[in-house]
Design a protein around this ligand. Structure first.
Ligand code: HSE
Length: 298
């Protein structure tokens, strides 16, 4: 009647795929304990590691859990303990990890009545609370693992994407907070045909590169002509960190989700660690306690 679980951090957008591409990181994530109780509803009984609301309707795990409960014929309820290892506002899917973990754990305890796709829909309600928009590019990879593509939102269509064997991610979280809701407000809602052409060329190239294990193609597809030029203004030293990461051998580098975290993909662990070193050194000049994660992508 109780489950302990790990819910991974995720990199959303992956440069060219705003709101549609994401990938799970196995090296960092939230831990949760979920318990079946007779009392109806969802209660957050413990929240350790971050200063976040514990009221069910103000907590992303609570809201995602309520969405699952509303679709279920289960008459009891759940208690949730959340041990946050992902900082809120870091850009590596903090809200998604809690939302996805909650619904995944509840579904296991109920004997898996819901499909993965349905779980994504419930978890998206947590994202709606966190950012104002029910985007799925963090919750889908958190639930499916690896890379995912949101081919369509209506109807929801999630496509799992292959991960090449030697693909590694490096992510640095400079210690500044950027709220997804704020960094969405500054985006333009219209794009030019010219930018669209570049962007969907890159999305296609990235997906093809991932399936063909073509690291060079992955690298040259990691471009973003629409969101990065605007959001990078919120991230000190972004252009320098990107240039230095590429110089250190990264295949590509961009903003993780809505930032301020920056991610780079590399072929092989040693390059990924070299990139981590370069990123760390750059940010040591600006802030202390910047978190760096190096993960093999599975
Ligand atoms: N696609 C979302 C955004 C991801 O960029 O706003 C947030 O993590």
């Amino acid at each position: 009647n109780e489950i302990r679980l790990f819910s991974p951090a995720t990199i959303a957008n992956i440069s060219c795929g705003f709101d549609v591409l994401g990938v799970a990181l196995d090296s960092v994530g939230d831990e949760m304990v979920i318990r079946k109780v007779s009392e109806q509803g969802v209660r957050i009984t413990k929240l350790v590691g971050q200063d976040l609301p514990m009221e069910t309707d103000k907590n992303v795990a609570g809201v995602a859990g309520l969405a699952l409960l509303a679709a279920s014929d289960y008459q009891g309820g759940f208690e949730i303990e959340i041990y946050k290892k992902i900082k809120a506002g870091s850009g590596i899917g903090s809200s998604a990890a809690s939302s996805a973990g909650a619904v995944w754990g509840m579904n296991e305890l109920l004997g898996k009545p819901f499909s993965q796709l349905e779980l994504v829909k419930f978890a998206m309600e947590g994202e709606r609370l966190a950012s104002g928009v029910a985007h799925a590019d963090n919750v889908a990879p958190a639930l499916f693992g690896g890379f995912t593509l949101v081919r369509s939102y209506d109807p929801l269509d999630i496509i799992p994407i292959n991960s090449p064997n030697e693909l590694w991610a490096t992510v640095i979280h400079p210690q500044i907070e950027v709220k997804t809701s704020d960094s969405r407000k500054i985006l333009k809602t219209k794009i030019s045909l010219e930018d669209g052409i570049k962007q969907w060329g890159n999305v296609g190239g990235l997906i093809a590169g991932l399936f063909m294990n073509d690291y060079a193609l992955i690298g040259r597809s990691l471009e973003d002509h629409i969101v990065e030029p605007i959001r990078s203004m919120l991230i000190p030293e972004f252009d320098t960190v990107k240039a230095e990461s590429l110089n250190a051998g990264a295949l590509g580098c961009g903003i993780s989700g809505s930032g301020p975290s920056i991610f780079a993909f590399s072929k092989g662990e040693s390059t990924a660690r070299k990139v981590a070193q370069v990123m760390k050194e750059r940010y040591e000049e600006i802030a202390v306690d910047n978190d760096v994660h190096v993960s093999k992508i599975n």
